[in-house]
Design a protein around this ligand. Structure first.
Ligand SMILES: [Zn+2]
Ligand SMILES: [Zn+2]
Length: 306
């Protein structure tokens, strides 16, 4: 799929950017080595597959898209993502091969998934096609039903669906469009943001110089979009006194933003310290210690207000 000409959004990370960032992260946080080594196989596979994906999202006119952005309605609620079944099941099979080469837990889980598929208890085609950002309950239910570790099923499933949804987002969104989106949920799939990023964005209007803006990244479809100021994504508080953060000098590229009022937090990456576009999967994987810190401070992960 070609990138839309009008798109001014961030490019997707290339293999080179991914590997460069992984190296920098491991230098600063060597404890993640084993995890990063494994997941790089998954991320590399997703990037390699970009040209092979079969994704033909329904054509949405500018007028229709603008209307959805104005109404605060994620595009998935009105339009067909057109994701190809074979493309999903082929990538699923290749991801299973990667997982089988992982540790004992992964190997065992993949064996159970194979058994469930053979017995007709899990149809990968239907399973993958039905995935939506808000369907984590379905993952938990199915994992229980086929007696597989929930985290493995979730990771394998998302590893397969993510690059497909990334294509959908790229076909549907453009910078001028997401600038009309003033919400915290993802404009493409409606999911909650997985990660925030502070990044300078040059302003073409009225000769303004580059200003740092806050962006949200969706871990289901890879969309990213700017959000207003420091408003709280959970309770909507706009009081500047409610916006707080934790920061450690030894990790200048990361911080935890939280709301004093509702006690929800989001992990923030400093986009200026990441050379190239942010890879949401890699950043989340290697910021897991911040989740532990946040939860020790009685903060909860983001939950979006209705
Ligand atoms: Zn999304
Ligand atoms: Zn809040």
């Amino acid at each position: 799929m070609s990138k839309s000409a009008s798109s001014g959004m961030q490019d997707r990370p290339s293999l080179k950017t991914l590997e460069r960032r992984a190296k920098a992260i491991l230098k600063a946080r060597p404890a993640y080595k084993e995890m990063v080594d494994f997941y790089l196989n998954v991320f590399r596979k997703q990037i390699e597959w970009r040209d092979r994906l079969v994704v033909e999202p329904e054509t949405v006119s500018d007028q229709q898209r603008k209307e959805c952005m104005k109404q605060g309605q994620p595009l998935i609620e009105s339009f067909d993502p057109g994701i190809g079944t074979e493309s999903l099941t082929d990538l699923w099979a290749e991801m299973k091969t990667i997982f089988r080469r992982g540790n004992e837990v992964l190997r065992e889980a993949i064996e159970k998934i194979d058994t469930a598929e053979d017995a007709g208890d899990l149809s990968p085609a239907n399973w993958l096609l039905e995935q939506r950002a808000d369907r984590y309950d379905a993952v938990a239910d199915t994992a229980r039903k086929i007696e597989v570790e929930e985290t493995v099923l979730a990771t394998l499933t998302r590893a397969t669906t993510f690059p497909h949804w990334e294509e959908v987002a790229r076909a549907w969104l453009s910078q001028d469009l997401v600038d009309r989106w003033k919400r915290f949920r993802c404009p493409t799939c409606g999911g909650p943001p997985g990660l925030a990023e502070n990044r300078k964005q040059s302003c073409s209007q009225e000769g303004l110089t580059a200003a740092t803006r806050r962006f949200m990244h969706c871990s289901f479809c890879g969309s990213d979009w700017a959000v207003p100021g420091l408003d709280c994504p959970s309770c909507g508080s706009t009081k500047s006194g409610d916006a707080k953060y934790y920061f450690a000098t030894e990790e200048p590229d990361l911080r935890i933003d939280f709301c004093k009022s509702c006690k929800h937090y989001v992990i923030v990456v400093d986009g200026e310290k990441v050379a190239g576009p942010v890879h949401v999967g890699l950043e989340l994987l290697t910021a897991a210690h911040l989740d532990t810190i946040a939860q020790e401070k009685d903060l909860s992960p983001l939950e979006l207000c209705a």
